[in-house]
Design a protein around this ligand. Sequence first.
Ligand code: RIB
Ligand code: CA
Length: 328
Amino acid sequence: MKRKIIIDCDPGIDDSLAIMLALSSNDIEVLGITIVCGNSPVEMGFENAKKVLKQMNRLDIPVYIGASQPLKKEYISALDTHGSDGLGESFLENVEGYQLSLTAVEFLSKTLNQERCSVIALGPLTNLAHLIEVDEQAFNNIEMLVSMGGSYKAHGNCSPVAEYNYWEDPEAASLVYQQMSKLDRLIHMAGLDVTRKVVLTPNLLSYMERLDSDKGEFIRKITKYYFDFHWEWEHIIGCVINDPLAMAYFMQPDLCRGFKSYVQIETESLSRGQSIVDAYGYHRKKPNAYVLNEVDVEGIFELFFECLLHKKKDQLSLLHKLIVKEEQ
Ligand code: RIB
Ligand code: CA
């Protein structure tokens, strides 16, 4: 049985890589893609999702437009990181079609009331917060909720303490984490502590192109801008692929390790968007999150190359020589 998922995202360069990864897996059925404002304005994210689906020859997958604004805060994009088109200034042609029958929240509500389905949230949690508001039972039906967001001990990427998805809409993130508390369930938090350890380097990208020129060229097109950004701002040669890590974790959970903890998301002032991880239980609250803090980097890239490029392990002899592991 394939595991059914809805990808809630803000494409976005790394969102696009995560969508490609999911669509390449034989073990996953993507029921639909819901778009939320984040990296890109929601209409731009909608167009970008269709460009990725066209590249993957999967224009059968439905895409739905969600929130164009955070719950309370002013919308602030991350186009400075993802380029003016939200896809690394690849300026790919728009894809026609896609009559929009439902909104993202209507699709989430309908699907989660009918199917056993997980949600992989790769952007701000605004759509899921709206789902809680309009159809709490549908939200409660989510089989496994994985969120790329937050950070435990890693420094923030849009403030000293906050990761972008939770910073852009902190009220939404807070509502989702509170709901998990109410349900006595765990949201799987794939934050910067693990994603920062997975860097797609120029060597790995060249290797990808050698193994599959079509996909490799597409990935080069959409990541070039991201490489430049990472060098300029974080002095990293390559790019941190946050969202594909969250997707890989869902596909193969043993690639990461973590711990159960109560997590609360701050919403104001300097700590806006900070994920307060009460790892030692000071607040004596039941865990509402499974916080990832260790990752098998080589395992992630093995999965990424094998699945996305449809290669067997013995066809990837160079891979391990090319993976840059963070100094321990
Ligand atoms: O902070 C990184 C996250 O914010 C990623 O999901 C990226 O795509 C942006 O949405
Ligand atoms: Ca994202």
